[in-house]
Design a binder for this molecule. Structure first.
Ligand SMILES: *[C@@H]1O[C@H](CO)[C@@H](O)[C@H](O)[C@H]1NC(C)=O
Ligand SMILES: *[C@@H]1O[C@H](CO)[C@@H](O)[C@H](O)[C@H]1NC(C)=O
Ligand SMILES: *[C@@H]1O[C@H](CO)[C@@H](O)[C@H](O)[C@H]1NC(C)=O
Length: 441
């Protein structure tokens, strides 16, 4: 058992060393050809979703083709996914780990192959959004369809992904879009991993819960003055919301044993911030949440509680961070790394010590619109202009090195010990070099 684990980790680390070395090589290449950096983001003072929308509309109207290419390089950059001709507003990884979906006002949704991230070419498949464009995209749990929010249509459109014999895919919109049930500014959509419901949330205090046929099951009033972020938990049981008030509210969407919708009930709240909460994220098992607030901190919570027995979630960590309206949060699948965006910057933290591990500045021309770890936790993807940036999750790698060191202490077999030692020192060397390159920058 232990040997199998060791072999797996060793293989992983071998890959990691190659990967970091690769990132460094590429970095050198990029430095050679580096052009001037332009950043509308750095000079802009306007913040938040409203300002974001305004900026995006301005861009759409006049400067779509004139807007300067934002040149960016960073030692942890794994790749830049280029192809969209408009700002990317939403990203989602499929649960099978194979795809990354992105959408933009260029009227396309693009499906990228995650196994190409470290290749030179990044292939994508393209779904056209006829007579409209998608502002939000999310995969269905079976990774065989995705749902979109239509900008003009103001509703949900579902696309089936149909695999053709030659391995490519075609995309077929469902016969009918969902009916329009609420007039408001959308902030997020989601689908439960159980496949039982969909969610649409607006910047007033409304969350709608739908069945897959496009019928409303329930409408929630969050009573939070305004909603700033809403999401479905990865386990598919909960919907959580945050906004103007300092608490994060979590509801359970309840179904009977036979799968009939029953009700939406209040589950628990995260209480502790002293000002409005910009956003939050779950770990992949829904046992932890991270929240980022206007009070200038992020907080990590243990939400693996039996709320029906009056157990409250508890606070694990509070860490000062820079944040602003529109800030987003991401938590690596294993819950070990926290990512927080502030404008067009992203910071990575060790979730248990709270230490700031990486600060990546001016990633995009505009405010970060989406921030996601992939399902393996190896990559962090973000958007904020035409390009999607994918970074190596270096703090996550460091955590794995730490695990290898712990395994080394327990290792019995001499050959295995030597191999572990070699791998650890190679990985440390590569990470140190990456650090050095970033401080030069
Ligand atoms: C919702 O967003 C719209 C458009 O961005 C904005 O005009 C409106 O003021 C927002 N409403 C609230 C309650 O924040
Ligand atoms: C969560 O991610 C970890 C680390 O990548 C993985 O081992 C685990 O199986 C995932 N759990 C779920 C519920 O997806
Ligand atoms: C994060 O912090 C914890 C607690 O201080 C430490 O044990 C762990 O090694 C750190 N992880 C990394 C990747 O540095």
């Amino acid at each position: 058992m232990e040997v199998v684990a060791l072999v797996t980790l060793t293989l992983f680390l071998g890959g990691l060393v190659a990967l970091v070395a690769f990132a460094l090589g590429k970095r050198k290449e990029e430095l050679r050809g580096e052009a001037e950096q332009t950043s509308d983001c750095a000079s802009s003072t306007a913040k938040g979703p409203a300002a974001k929308k305004l900026k995006q509309e301005k861009l759409l109207r006049g400067r779509k083709n004139k807007s300067p290419q934002h040149d960016f390089s960073h030692p942890l950059l794994a790749c830049s996914l280029k192809g969209h001709s408009g700002i990317v507003t939403s990203l989602d990884f499929s649960s099978n780990g194979k795809y990354l979906a992105s959408c933009s006002d260029d009227r396309t949704v693009r499906i990228w192959s995650t196994k190409d991230f470290l290749n030179r070419d990044h292939k994508y498949m393209r779904a056209n959004v006829e007579l409209d464009h998608a502002t939000l995209v999310c995969f269905t749990p079976d990774s065989r369809a995705f749902i979109t929010w239509l900008s003009y249509g103001d509703t949900i459109r579902v696309f089936k992904m149909i695999k053709k014999d030659d391995g490519t895919m075609s995309f077929k919109p469902a016969a009918k879009d969902f009916p329009i049930k609420h007039k408001g500014s959308i902030i997020n959509i989601g689908m439960a991993d159980t496949g039982k419901f969909l969610m649409s949330a607006y910047n007033d205090t409304t969350i709608n819960i739908w069945n897959l046929k496009g019928e409303i099951l329930a409408s929630i009033n969050t009573n939070q003055m305004t909603n700033s972020y809403v999401a479905v938990s990865p386990c598919g049981r909960f919907v959580a919301s945050c906004g103007f008030t300092p608490d994060v509210k979590v509801w359970e969407v309840c179904f009977s044993k036979t799968g009939e919708f029953k009700e939406v009930t209040r589950a628990f709240e995260l209480k502790g911030h002293s000002a409005g909460v910009h956003a939050f994220a779950f770990s992949n098992d829904s046992h932890k949440m991270v929240t980022v607030s206007k009070d200038g901190t992020w907080k990590l919570w243990n939400t693996d509680v039996e709320y029906k027995k009056q157990q409250d979630p508890y606070l694990l960590k509070t860490v000062p961070c820079s944040s602003s309206k529109g800030s987003l949060a991401a938590l690596s699948p294993d819950g070990r790394v926290v990512a927080i965006s502030d404008g067009c910057n992203v910071a990575l933290y060790n979730a248990s010590s709270g230490e700031l591990e990486e600060q990546i500045l001016s990633i995009h021309s505009f405010e970060v619109t989406a921030l996601r770890f992939d399902v393996t936790g190896r990559f962090l993807a973000c958007s904020g202009d035409k390009a999607i940036r994918v970074f190596h999750n270096a703090p996550g790698y460091r955590a794995i090195i730490k695990d290898m060191q712990d395994m080394l202490k327990k290792a019995q077999n001499e050959g295995m010990k030597q191999r572990l030692q070699q791998q650890i020192s190679d990985a440390q060397k590569a990470l140190r070099a990456a650090k050095l390159a970033s401080s030069v920058h």
